[in-house]
Design a protein around this ligand. Structure first.
Ligand code: ZN
Ligand code: ZN
Length: 582
């Protein structure tokens, strides 16, 4: 190879490095994906100072012979590994060939690898081979990257703080571990273990190893198929919620991907089971024919496009909704104790500051390496019907807000406003969907006066009001008169309700969607018409409310997603009072 050629290749590598290698996590990604491609079963990633000082990946994969080891750093030679088809047709994870030479062109790399008996040790700095010798014969590969971007100061500036780079690596390794439960991953920083999975090939156990017992014990299994997609995974009960969508982990054909519609399906399925600003932990594996995937070929992007996305949306939405509906979801007031909690104070303190800054930050500090995982017994699904049979005996009301009730299983606290809001919400929604509407005449017709633009909006959508059971007529300048209303309006609150509904109609102008309109009416009126905190409620009314709540489709949350009911099990009480120990 002539000198000039080598120089230009080196330059090309440095340029490519700028595109492919942006963060410590992208170096880790390339190295670890190589290990997976080499069929490694155990992958250990050791960082020093969040990877700013050094990044080491040790695997027990196939290893390379001497020739391949040298070729691995040659841009053109390795690119040949790429098959013609796109990424999803080949069983390698990512874009091959350019990454390793690119990384080597902007850092100091040591590669120790062995396939059979003779190992190879190569040292490269700034793309130049420093040494090349025989080494010992442990099968597998150890690759160490130090001084990243030492020769490209402009790039070096882009690296973030140690904590931030580390958080990116933790997040990446956790996702990769979830997408490959059969491989054991260890991630360490300065000798402290941050992620450790056992490679058990059990997704639930892997979730347990990453999120800890409090989360893993609150996960519900989901499984479904249609003609084009197989769906499998775990979704969390709504009592476990996060403040961002980072824990929507979707894996299509073993690859962690991002897709807006999939995320929307997950979020929509939790509608009213959670507040809008909170998000569940969901790990979904989706298997499909690769021809349905339109791959964005850019190596660093996770976004994909899918054909038949509408069908996939329906499958995910219905499966999650159904699973939530069928499960008993009363949250325990007391969290499960974490056994042998190896909480890493180091990480906790270290990352604390950064956490406040970065919304996307991943909760490393909550990670618990719990070794007490036990294989889950096939529990029969507790059908929501159980909830309908639940009898709660009221004891009283605390702070004018929380109904205290009990039964043979434990003690319950029920938020009286939230509970009644749920009951009213489902009642209104059903009434609004009803085809046959019963209406009643108003003794004193109600007039509503509007501005001229508001008047026009309402006039354009008058059919919407008639459809849900109002008899409305124009009445002089910018005024309507309501003569009949549907029977479900709460007696004594007719005028207030009508004004609210007209308000909602005006606010909904532009993109008018009858489903959203009904939803909006049901939520607004439910809140307005429900007993507030600190309002007295009679014993009979309490009994009726509890009974109605238990019969709701979702008795666990108000329409805004707040909990309506929490439980102290007998066991929790006994444990707190030390009547039982453990
Ligand atoms: Zn409310
Ligand atoms: Zn509410």
């Amino acid at each position: 190879m002539s000198k000039i050629k080598v120089m230009s290749e080196n330059l090309a590598n440095k340029i490519a490095a700028g595109e492919v290698v942006e963060k410590i996590a992208s170096v880790v990604k390339e190295l670890v994906e190589n290990s997976i491609d080499a069929h490694a079963k155990n992958i250990v990633v050791s960082l020093e100072d969040g990877g700013l000082k050094s990044i080491q990946v040790i695997d027990d994969g196939d290893g390379m012979d001497e020739q391949d080891a040298i070729l691995a750093f040659s841009r053109h030679a390795t690119s040949k590994l790429l098959k013609e088809d796109d990424l999803f047709f080949i069983d390698t994870l990512g874009f091959r060939g350019e990454a390793l030479p690119s990384i080597a062109s902007v850092s100091h790399v040591t590669l120790k690898t062995c396939q059979n008996d003779i190992g190879t040790l190569i040292e490269i700095k700034g793309g130049k081979m420093l040494s090349h010798e025989e080494s010992d014969s442990r099968v597998g590969t150890t690759i160490t990257v130090t001084d990243l971007f030492y020769n490209t100061p402009a790039r070096l500036k882009y690296l973030k703080t140690e904590a931030s780079e580390l958080a990116g690596c933790v997040s990446f390794i956790e996702r990769l571990a979830l997408s490959h439960p059969s491989i054991s991953f260890v991630l360490q920083n300065n000798g402290h273990t941050l992620v450790k999975t056992s490679g058990s090939d059990n997704l639930h156990k892997c979730i347990h190893e990453i999120y800890g017992l409090n989360v893993s014990s609150k996960m519900l299994e989901v499984k479904a198929s249609n003609d084009d997609f197989d769906l499998y995974g775990y979704i969390c009960k709504p009592e476990i919620l996060k403040s961002n969508r980072n824990h929507f982990i979707t894996i299509v054909n073993d690859r962690v991907v991002k897709n807006y519609e999939i995320n929307r399906a997950i979020n929509d399925a939790y509608y009213t089971y959670k507040p809008d600003t909170k998000y569940p932990i969901v790990v979904l594996k989706i298997n499909t024919d690769p021809t349905l995937i339109d791959v964005n070929i850019h190596p660093t992007k996770q976004d994909i496009k899918l054909s038949k996305i509408k069908e996939l949306y329906e499958l995910i939405y219905n499966t999650i909704k159904d699973t939530l509906y069928k499960s008993l979801l009363i949250p325990d007031a007391i969290k499960k104790p974490e056994y042998n909690e190896i909480k890493d104070n180091y990480v906790e303190n270290f990352i604390h500051e950064e956490e406040k800054k970065e919304d996307s930050y991943h909760e490393t500090n909550q990670m618990v390496m719990d070794l007490s995982y036990q294989e889950e017994k096939e529990e029969p699904i507790v059908i929501n019907e159980e909830m309908k049979k639940l009898v709660l005996y009221p004891i009283g009301v605390a702070h004018g807000t929380y109904i205290i009730a009990q039964n043979e299983e434990g003690l319950y606290l029920i938020d009286q406003h939230a509970a009644q809001e749920r009951v009213n919400y489902e009642r209104y929604l059903k009434a609004l969907k009803e085809q046959k509407i019963t209406t009643t005449g108003l003794l004193f017709p109600i007039t509503v006066e509007l501005s001229s633009s508001e008047f026009l909006t309402v006039k354009n959508h008058l059919d919407v009001l008639t459809n849900i059971g109002f008899k409305v007529e124009e009445f002089g300048v910018n005024t309507f008169v309501f003569k009949e209303h549907p029977t479900w309006l709460k007696t004594g609150y007719e005028e207030e309700s009508i004004k609210k509904i007209v308000d909602i109609l005006i606010k909904n102008q532009g993109e008018f969607d009858p489903v959203k309109f009904n939803e909006h009416i049901a939520i607004t009126l439910a809140c307005k018409m429900s007993i507030k905190a600190n309002m007295h409620i009679s014993n009979e009314a309490i009994e009726e409310l509890l009974n109605e709540l238990c019969n709701c489709d979702n008795p666990y949350n108000c329409p805004h997603g707040r909990p309506t009911i929490i439980k102290f099990s007998i066991y929790d009480l006994e444990r707190m009072f030390k009547r039982v120990m453990n």
